[in-house]
Design a protein around this ligand. Structure first.
Ligand code: HEC
Length: 125
């Protein structure tokens, strides 16, 4: 008995398990002849008209830059603009809530200027 088989048998494997594979079972299938990949065709992307046009930020005007810089990191401008109109004191509370509850990195010195903006465009009449 050859030493390999003897070792396998000693390890508890049956003689059949270590029998040589049947002739032909190791035949290697030749790889399919590679065919040229079809040339990629480029299509122009679909035209999409977003409801808010090109500008998804806040409407321009005094304070718009501050609002864009501080109020668009977590949600869209719409999230603010679609709220009911609020008084200045209520907008102040909203901005404070963004800072305290949601950790908006707004310096207290900037908060007053930021509150002016929604008060102007979404303030109570
Ligand atoms: C750090 C992230 C973050 C920033 C920055 C942020 N918000 Fe928010 N805001 C949130 C989260 C979170 C909610 C709650 C989401 C929801 O209601 O679906 C929210 C909700 C709101 C709402 C809905 C009403 C409410 O009280 O929940 C308004 C209005 C709003 N934000 C305005 C602002 C304004 C104005 C600014 C800029 C001063 C701002 N947010 C900046 C995270 C942020």
């Amino acid at each position: 008995m050859d030493p390999c088989r003897a070792l396998a048998l000693a390890a508890g494997l049956s003689a059949a398990a270590v029998a040589a594979p049947a002739a032909g079972s190791l035949a290697i299938t030749p790889p399919a002849t590679p065919t040229a990949a079809p040339a990629l065709e480029l299509h122009a992307g679909p035209e999409v008209d977003l409801p808010f046009g090109e500008d998804i930020g806040f409407p321009a005007g005094p304070g718009a830059d501050a609002a864009s810089a501080n109020c668009l990191t977590c949600h869209s401008a719409d999230h603010t603009l679609n709220q009911p109109s609020l008084s200045r004191a209520e907008w102040r509370k909203v901005v404070d809530k963004m800072v305290t509850a949601y950790k908006a990195p707004i310096a207290p010195a900037d908060a007053t200027a930021i509150v002016d903006y929604p008060t102007r465009i979404k303030g109570e009449p």
